[in-house]
Design a protein around this ligand. Structure first.
Ligand code: MN
Ligand code: MN
Length: 311
């Protein structure tokens, strides 16, 4: 169950209204890399972990709930940045509270002009945040990624934390308000923290590569196809050992000739690897059985009743 407390996780403040930045900040409220996306992604992924991985369930729910707290901070900040817009809609008199908050009547006119960069604030949402990105596109569940495989989901979450972090980094360039910057820096930092949590959780599942269960075909797993002409570069992505499986990279200088020579790769040979078809099939079988047992043991009812919680 959820239980709300009214104090924000971080003491978010703004120095003065700024409807232009409020619009930009919508990107982290209802945008594809925003806080609602993060919250919902981890919340939805958590269901599949509840029984087989109670430790990962605990972590996902803690982080999902923190992301909801971030969503609340972003929404509150947008609301503070829109101070006055709501009142303006209801108050035609010149001497409104807004005029006092800003420096005189001219500043108020400038403020209203700025607010018009997002007409939604005036025309639709009545001076409150709406669940859209900074261009007004409605939030979408298509932003959510989750595959029901712990090794895949943790990697998806590390990607989500990376993109969220970068959007905050970019947003910080567009405000001079030191109080807003302070909040953005907190939110940005927490994404860095979460990245490490997901990385550590991934590392705690062994083996975790390749993602999922089935092993790659040793004929193709360490081949680098030189698919473009012009200046070629080498690096750990095509020479030495492969990063996860420790096979020797095989550089195919002329992929077209290679495809012709191998009957379209059907006659490809496994080279630079200790793996072979027999060892791969054995590993596929063993890992399938291990994961199935883990999940069955945790999820199949023993007494005819399936329950989620014990009180
Ligand atoms: Mn966050
Ligand atoms: Mn995060």
């Amino acid at each position: 169950m959820f239980h709300h407390v009214k104090e924000l996780q971080f003491n978010a403040r703004v120095s003065k209204p700024d409807p232009r930045f409020a619009r930009l900040l919508l990107e982290q409220f209802g945008g594809p890399n925003g806080e609602l996306k993060a919250a919902m992604q981890y919340f939805v992924q958590a269901f599949g972990c509840r029984k087989p991985y109670p430790d990962k369930y605990d972590m996902l729910m803690d982080i999902a709930t923190e992301e909801f707290s971030h969503l609340e901070i972003v929404g509150a900040t947008i609301q503070m940045l829109l101070t006055g817009v709501n009142g303006e809609l209801k108050n035609a008199a010149d001497e409104s509270d807004l005029t006092k908050l800003l420096d005189g009547k001219g500043a108020k006119e400038g403020y209203i002009h700025e607010a018009l960069v997002n007409p939604h604030f005036f025309l639709v949402s009545g001076g409150t945040p709406s669940l859209t990105d900074s261009n007004g596109n409605p939030w979408s569940a298509t932003y959510i990624m989750g595959m029901g495989d712990i090794t895949v989901d943790m990697r998806l979450n590390m990607a989500a934390e990376s993109t969220a972090k970068l959007v905050y980094e970019n947003l910080m360039k567009f405000t001079d308000d030191v109080l807003v910057k302070e909040t953005l820096r907190f939110l940005m930092t927490r994404e860095v923290t979460h990245f490490q949590m997901f990385q550590a959780a991934l590392d705690s599942v062994q083996p975790n590569f390749p993602p999922g269960i089935l092993q790659g075909d040793p004929k193709y797993s360490n081949k680098y196809f030189n698919m473009s002409q012009g200046e070629d570069f080498s690096g750990p992505w095509n020479e030495g050992k492969t990063s996860e499986m420790g096979e020797d990279w095989q550089y195919i200088e002329d992929p077209y000739q290679h495809v012709l020579d191998t009957n379209g790769l059907l006659e490809e040979k496994a080279e630079g690897t200790k793996r072979n078809e027999k060892s791969v099939q054995a590993k596929n079988k063993a890992l399938s059985a291990q994961r199935k047992t883990q999940i069955d043991k945790a999820t199949l009812p023993s007494n005819g009743e399936i329950r989620w919680s014990i009180y």
